[in-house]
Ligand binder design. Structure first.
Ligand SMILES: *[C@@H]1O[C@H](CO)[C@@H](O)[C@H](O)[C@H]1NC(C)=O
Ligand SMILES: *[C@@H]1O[C@H](CO)[C@@H](O)[C@H](O)[C@H]1NC(C)=O
Ligand SMILES: *[C@@H]1O[C@H](CO)[C@@H](O)[C@H](O)[C@H]1NC(C)=O
Ligand SMILES: *[C@@H]1O[C@H](CO)[C@@H](O)[C@H](O)[C@H]1NC(C)=O
Ligand SMILES: *[C@@H]1O[C@H](CO)[C@@H](O)[C@H](O)[C@H]1NC(C)=O
Length: 325
């Protein structure tokens, strides 16, 4: 039997939160154009972060920590508890090595990523031995419970997770900035290669989300990992390409929400629901053969993962319908 080239596949996605569906569906573009440089811009002017970045550093009122010791971190008490995939935390640990952990500090210099490790709840915007590169480095952070940052976070979450009608009541912005510089002026101007990224935790007191923003991402020659993991690894995600070793330069071009440099995730579990995804395949595959069905489901699953969906989803084929080409 000839199978038409256009097959509609109806698939049930189990354990998929509505919010995560929204991540996949979100297509709206946000302006990511950095402030335009004009002919008079010179190395003497301070570096300007990409537009996707939330305000940061002392100019925004942040608490700043400059790199001093090796593999060190700061514990931060949270003014509003943050629930990360079902576990609620009153504090977290910000590491110079581009890592944010919840249940315990992680003084290891690099990721040595093992997806089944599952000992920690962490967000790794760019986990690597950043404090050993001989660069100047710092992180700065701030918690917000009012003002324009909450408005911005509310808009971002409603854009990426549109069914939630979400209103942010607490936002935590932490920004890492590393520059291959020896003096503060060069550091501030980013007049040498740099690595700059940001994590934005957003909650309304019960639902939790987070954004990762990437700016400059100089190639470094060390282990790297970007993504998140949870205790027992029930939820985990690795940004594709971030563990291939030694090169992270394209992170600023990657996204799961069509905004280059930005990744948006729901940190909620227990919102399980059965939803349907209707997908139009454009290549030929005879779905009367079960091995072809498995292959197609795997392709779809991998595509959904690459857009930021949790690895805990399960897919089943419910119905295949032949339609006219
Ligand atoms: C160049 O840009 C800066 C800031 O964006 C502005 O203050 C300045 O007037 C501009 N100069 C010219 C010649 O356009
Ligand atoms: C936010 O709340 C803090 C502390 O209550 C207050 O000092 C600050 O002025 C408020 N900011 C805005 C923008 O309302
Ligand atoms: C969204 O929430 C606001 C207040 O939180 C409410 O006034 C509004 O009706 C809600 N919209 C929908 C579509 O549920
Ligand atoms: C958080 O947002 C969700 C979805 O809008 C809502 O159901 C829930 O009540 C909110 N939680 C709080 C504490 O406001
Ligand atoms: C990122 O995208 C820009 C514009 O599309 C391109 O010029 C640049 O080479 C890309 N960088 C990387 C590292 O892929």
């Amino acid at each position: 039997m000839r199978i038409s080239q256009h097959l509609l596949v109806f698939i049930s996605v189990l354990s998929l939160t509505r919010a995560q569906t929204a991540t996949v569906a979100a297509t709206a573009l946000e302006s990511t154009v950095a402030p335009a440089e004009n002919a008079t811009t010179s190395a003497a002017e301070p570096w300007i972060a990409p537009a996707i970045f939330y305000p940061f550093r002392s100019a925004a009122g942040d608490t700043e920590h400059f790199l001093t010791g090796d593999e060190s971190y700061e514990s931060v008490a949270l003014s509003t508890p943050y629930t990360f995939f079902g576990r609620t935390y009153n504090s977290l640990y910000v590491h110079y090595n581009g890592l944010l952990t919840f249940n315990q500090p992680e003084p290891a210099s690099g990721p040595n990523y093992n997806p089944t490790r599952g000992a920690e709840d962490f967000i790794a915007p760019l986990w690597s031995d950043l404090d050993d590169m001989g660069w100047m480095g710092m992180f700065s952070y701030q918690q917000y419970t009012n003002g324009s940052v909450l408005t911005r976070a509310t808009q971002d979450i409603n854009q990426y997770f549109p069914q939630m009608n979400f209103t942010a009541s607490w936002v935590f912005v932490v920004t890492w900035d590393y520059v291959d510089a020896v003096d503060m002026n060069s550091f501030i101007r980013h007049s040498a290669q740099a690595i700059t990224f940001q994590v934005v935790l957003i909650s309304n007191g019960s639902l939790s989300f987070f954004l990762i923003n990437y700016g400059d991402c100089a190639v470094i020659y060390d282990q790297v990992e970007a993504g998140y993991d949870t205790i027992n690894s029930i939820d985990h995600f690795v940004i594709p390409g971030s563990t291939n070793g030694y090169s992270v330069s394209n992170l600023r071009n990657t996204s799961n929400v069509n905004v280059p440099g930005r990744w948006a995730f729901s940190a909620n579990s227990g919102l399980e629901s059965i939803i349907g995804v209707q997908i139009r395949l454009t290549s030929f595959s005879d779905l009367t053969q079960s091995e072809n069905i498995e292959a197609v489901l795997l392709r779809i699953k991998q595509d959904l993962f690459s857009r930021g969906l949790s690895s805990s989803i399960q897919m089943k084929l419910r119905e295949v319908k032949k339609t006219q080409p």
